[in-house]
Write a protein that binds this ligand. Structure first.
Ligand SMILES: [Zn+2]
Length: 231
């Protein structure tokens, strides 16, 4: 949980390297480890302003690495920690094959317990349908697209990406996973996030430069962070 913050500290102030900011949270895969000590550790990490958000948290019914009731409990408890420390949440959501079960539960929990905090959040590595994106947008969320938007069978992701307002989206690497075409199957690298911008530009009939500047601005605005001098 603390490793992203350690990376952020290791690179802080190094010439030529953009700021590295962190998030902290217990992934749904590890939900069964979310005991009181782990939640207290999360709370402690949020004392650091460089930990911008709580995440990835959410529900993963594809792998079911933790039992679903425990996933829901860890998700709910981490939303409470995030609310108390006034941080947005970054959502990992993956339903069972051919189902929207994890989306239904995730969005219902956000709508009933999180939305009133007005802190918003991010749906990371979006893979759902427009209805899921629309409900999240209504809750003040941004929608983040990753390398899988370039995959031939990801028509549903591209359809959503065409509809999400440009001022409500982000792009991400999700490295080391989901390397975009033409690197699919390799270890993903942050340097390849431009391929995500290229695909979004194609889908939306705009330029990658426009996608890049809009998504960067969305990030800085959402988190209230001043842009890097070099960007
Ligand atoms: Zn994830």
């Amino acid at each position: 949980m603390q490793q992203a913050l350690e990376l952020s500290r290791n690179y802080a102030g190094k010439p030529g390297i953009p700021r590295v900011l962190a998030t902290a949270g217990i992934h749904p895969h590890e939900a069964q480890l979310a005991d009181q000590a782990a939640l207290a550790k999360l709370d402690d990490l949020l004392a650091n302003p460089d930990v911008l958000a709580v995440g990835e948290i959410g529900l993963d019914y594809y792998y079911d690495h933790s039992p679903r009731p425990q996933q829901k409990q860890a998700f709910a408890q981490q939303m409470e920690v995030a609310a108390a420390k006034r941080r947005p949440i970054i959502i990992h959501c993956r339903p069972s094959d051919g189902s929207s079960n994890a989306w239904d539960d995730t969005l219902e929990m956000i709508e009933t317990t999180w939305v009133r905090t007005n802190l918003g959040g991010i749906l990371h590595c979006f893979t759902g349908e427009w209805e899921h994106a629309r409900r999240a947008l209504d809750c003040g969320f941004l929608i983040s697209f990753a390398g899988n938007i370039t995959f031939p069978r990801a028509e549903n992701i591209r359809e959503v990406a065409a509809k999400v307002p440009l001022d409500r989206m982000l792009i991400e690497t999700d490295a080391p996973f989901l390397a975009p075409l033409p690197y699919r199957g390799k270890r993903n690298e942050p340097a390849w996030v431009g391929r995500v911008a290229d695909k979004l530009a194609e889908v939306r009939g705009t330029t990658a430069k426009q996608v890049a500047s809009s998504t960067a601005n969305n990030f800085f605005r959402f988190f209230g962070v001043a842009p890097d001098a070099e960007s």
